[in-house]
Design a protein around this ligand. Structure first.
Ligand code: GBH
Length: 493
């Protein structure tokens, strides 16, 4: 009798524990992500045009740490059905992938639409829908047609038209089946990374090039948004936005607050304020800072190019949700006298005189740049609401790198701890509507080549079939998807 009572008591407390487990609200969506150049391979199949990544890996091999290329990568161009299998296994609500502009439009222009390119994406989309997985499509994840780069790429004002034309083609082909669109992935890398020689096209011109790029990337995004809004939305009712990577920045000491706010405006506000603020245009403190600095440097006008009032209106409000890529945190301080700021985006924002550092307790076991601070995500989400009000936020990338092992415990705890912060942010009242793990599988990690592994699935790059194998993190994520909880004894639920 007594034994039975204990058993019942234990069962009851267990049930209570389960009930107390925080779960994601109904309607919260989970996905996994990839990007065309990082997984597709098939770099010169059929009539595909050359992209700036094809170009740089073939002409500047030393640009990539392990001298590799994305020529084959995960060979998803041929093995896309394998990708569907692992997505189905995970049980994701959506798959976020990108379309390669030069695969679809080999000349960069809509004078010729590649049949094979079109068929590839069309099959992928149909395959996803047949499995109940929603496609979330990025129009631009860093692979500009090389011939457009030769014409100045994102610093040529005409890129706004070129991108808009490309977007219209993509919508006409796929908007009947794709309801969530992201125009441009991480413009901070498209501009600052590219013009700091960190990613293709690998140009060193952050003073002028990066800032021209900032203006035209925003106008290109807005043009693509407005085309959907005018020509497609009434028919298909989908949503379009842009996604920005934000590092959570906090002041090193109380004295560093002002610099921290300026650094946030420089690094991220430059890409979000024009779109999401009520006023539009450049973030005010940054605009003033750049005008004054440029004048001191002897330029006749600010290096941060002005918008016309029409351009401000066009960009303002060009989003249906807030796309956020978030990985890491830094502290901010001013350089000591004579100190040379670091070169990389994770070391300094030289333009505004900000030195970025980590805290010892943020150590992770993955890439150097990826300091682990889960609370940073919650702060970042709260800060976004503070700036832009009750905007719906879709987390479009989050994840970490690991050793090439199937037992990736570091990634399991990274995702679990960051997801817990998402739950807390939802408790704070922030409208977070979904979460996307970066990445579905190991891939070509830009300048790191294949040395850095971000995958929920391992990929064997020495195997011609590029076998994909689930890591511990894939099993963990599958349980998250089933239980809709970040933590707890998932197997028991
Ligand atoms: C995301 O960018 C990208 O959207 C995605 O494609 C990428 O695979 C993922 O992160 C993981 O890297 O010289 O330190 O900049 C986030 C920023 C951009 C950080 C590329 C690492 C390369 C080395 N990442 N960067 S660095």
């Amino acid at each position: 009798m007594c034994f039975r009572a204990v058993v019942i008591f234990l069962a009851l407390t267990r049930a209570l524990e389960v009930a107390c487990l925080k779960t994601f609200p109904p309607g919260f969506r989970f996905g996994a992500a990839s990007a065309a150049y990082q997984i597709e391979g098939g770099w010169n199949v059929s009539d595909k045009g050359e992209s700036i990544w094809d170009h740089i890996v073939h002409t500047r091999p030393g640009f990539i740490a392990d001298l590799s290329t994305g020529d084959v990568a995960c060979d998803s161009y041929h093995l896309w059905e394998e990708d569907l299998k692992i997505l189905e296994d995970l049980g994701v609500d959506f798959y976020r992938f990108s379309i390669s502009w030069p695969r679809l439009l080999p000349s960069g222009f809509p004078n010729h639409i590649s049949e094979d390119g079109c068929r590839y994406y069309s099959n992928l989309i149909d395959g996803l829908l047949a499995r109940g997985i929603a496609p979330v499509v990025t129009l631009y994840h860093w692979d500009l047609p090389q011939n457009l780069q030769d014409l100045g790429g994102w610093t040529n004002p005409l890129v706004v038209e070129w991108f808009a034309d490309y977007a219209r083609v993509v919508y006409s082909l796929f908007a009947d089946r794709v309801k969530t669109w992201i125009t441009i992935n991480e413009p901070c890398f498209v501009c600052d990374g590219a013009y700091r020689d960190i990613i293709a096209p690998g140009i060193e011109d952050y003073e002028i090039g990066a800032l021209l790029c900032t203006k035209y990337v925003l106008l290109a995004h807005a043009a693509a948004y407005r085309i959907y809004e005018r020509e497609f939305k009434h028919k298909y009712g989908g949503e379009v936005s842009i996604t920005n990577q934000e590092i959570w920045l906090e002041p090193k000491t109380e004295a560093d607050w002002e610099l921290t706010l300026l650094a946030r405006e420089y690094a991220f506000g430059r890409y979000t304020y024009p779109v999401f603020s009520a006023e539009g245009g450049w973030p005010p403190a940054l605009e003033a800072y750049m005008a004054e600095k440029s004048a001191k440097e002897g330029y006749p006008r600010s290096r941060l190019p002005a918008f016309t009032p029409e351009e401000i209106q066009l960009i303002k409000g060009s989003s249906d949700f807030f796309g956020l890529n978030h990985y890491t945190s830094r502290t901010v301080r001013a350089p000591a006298p004579g100190e040379r700021p670091g070169l990389y985006m994770f070391e300094s924002f030289e333009e505004v005189g900000a030195v970025l550092e980590s805290k010892p307790e943020w150590a992770g076991d993955g890439s150097d740049w990826l300091k682990v601070n889960p609370e940073g995500l919650r702060h970042n989400l709260n800060w976004t609401r503070q700036l832009y009000g009750d905007v719906r936020i879709l987390i479009i990338e989050n994840g970490c790198s690991s050793e090439d092992t199937l037992n990736d415990t570091g990634r399991v705890s990274y995702i679990r701890d960051y997801l817990e912060q998402v739950l807390l942010a939802i408790d704070d009242g922030i409208k977070v509507i979904g979460y996307t793990a970066w990445s579905l599988m190991d891939d070509f990690e830009w300048i790191d080549g294949y040395q850095t592994r971000f995958g929920l699935h391992a990929v064997d790059f020495s195997d011609p079939r590029r076998a994909r194998t689930a890591r511990a993190s894939a099993s963990y994520y599958r349980r998250v998807l089933r239980t809709r909880a970040a933590r707890g004894d998932h197997t028991e639920l």
